[in-house]
Design a protein around this ligand. Structure first.
Ligand code: ZN
Length: 361
């Protein structure tokens, strides 16, 4: 669905008008919705709930019959097993890397971008071989095909591993917001979905759900060869105070969900979840942000040549600090255009929507 944004109103292609009130609970989608499945785990069973044209439907299957393929009402989910992989924080090797960021529910645009750039086939299957594909967060919010992207990445991750490659989905601020019940940016479709399913939206991603467990297993950063990836970025203080990648990731993850903590976040945990932490930081894009010396300090401390971040939107993939920082949020959220970053050895290119590879300046 194509949206045109005007002051305070969203006009859909069918001309339905929704108020974009930030109090999402007041939003209603009039057109019938299709969404899901949301799969919860109880004892020996997986409970599938999904919405087909506003109708809530249910399916139950026993865990012992895994792998499951769910396909109904145009929705698809492949669950091979409930085992979660422990992702490493560092990878080194002679393979291609592709990265993109801030999908924000733009499933169709993402598919076009991945097909045209050789990450997947026209049928949606992994064709990137032993390559590593990084998504630096913010799958959630704004757009109306978030669930589709999550199940797609869930399946792609399995296919990549089988081919000797890897999908790295990193946490962005919008993943952490939704997991914490901060639903300010939810598309009205999901407000309606939660209502139809008679639950709180965040409960659909609780720790007793397949996608909730999967999201909780994800890291906030990954280092691949000479580049370090995160959604927002790394504040220079993390280098000055000598924090390691392992420490940053584990403290961040241990304090991921406020409601699941015995006491409020403090010290490093609080710093990492506030505006200077890895999912919120914008200091590479501000006049009073990080200095060139501070960027060098970060590169030196983490033993890398590039910091690769999303979160702060650009028109294209762009560089800052003579290429030391690469900004990969190419404004996919607008639903019109997007780019992928490619790294092959020392060669850095931008993969455009039509699949052209342009040298990064
Ligand atoms: Zn963000």
């Amino acid at each position: 669905m194509i949206f045109f944004l005007f002051s305070g109103l969203i006009l859909t292609a069918t001309n339905t008008v929704y108020a974009t009130n930030l109090d999402a609970s007041s939003n209603v989608v009039d057109a019938p919705i299709t969404d899901g499945p949301y799969v919860s785990i109880s004892n020996s069973q997986l409970n599938y709930h999904y919405i087909c044209q506003d109708k809530v439907l249910e399916d139950k299957r026993t865990i012992s019959t895994l792998p499951h393929r769910f396909a109904a009402c145009g929705l698809l989910a492949d669950i091979p097993s409930l085992a979660l992989r422990t992702d490493l924080l560092e990878y080194h090797g002679d393979f291609k890397v592709a990265a993109l960021s801030d999908l924000h529910g733009q499933y169709d645009l993402m598919i076009t971008l991945l097909v045209n750039n050789g990450i997947i086939s026209a049928q949606g299957n992994w064709t990137f071989g032993k390559g590593h594909f990084v998504i630096t967060g913010d799958v959630f919010d704004r757009g109306d095909k978030v669930t589709e992207i999550l199940w797609f990445l869930y399946r792609l991750e399995q296919q990549a591993v089988k081919a000797g490659g890897k999908v790295h989905l990193l946490l962005g601020n919008h993943e952490v917001m939704v997991l914490n019940g901060d639903l300010r940016y939810l598309h009205p479709k999901y407000v309606k979905a939660a209502k139809l399913l008679e639950t709180e939206f965040a409960e659909l991603f609780s720790k007793t759900t397949v996608l909730g467990q999967w999201l909780r297993s994800k890291s906030v950063l990954v280092k691949i060869n000479n580049a370090l990836y995160a959604h927002g970025g790394f504040h220079p203080e993390l280098a000055q105070k000598n924090h390691s990648l392992q420490e940053i990731n584990s403290v961040f993850k241990k304090h991921l969900i406020k409601a699941e903590l015995p006491k409020p976040r403090e010290g490093l945990a609080r710093f990492l979840h506030k505006s200077n932490g890895p999912i919120w930081y914008r200091g590479y894009f501000k006049d009073d942000g990080a200095t060139s010396e501070e960027i060098d300090l970060l590169l030196n401390h983490f033993d890398i040549e590039h910091l690769i971040v999303g979160h702060t939107s650009q028109n294209n993939i762009e560089t800052r600090y003579q290429g030391k920082v690469i900004a990969i949020d190419s404004s996919i959220k607008k639903g019109e255009y997007g780019e992928l970053l490619f790294i092959e050895g020392k060669k850095l290119t931008r993969g455009t929507l039509s699949g052209e590879h342009l040298l990064l300046n």
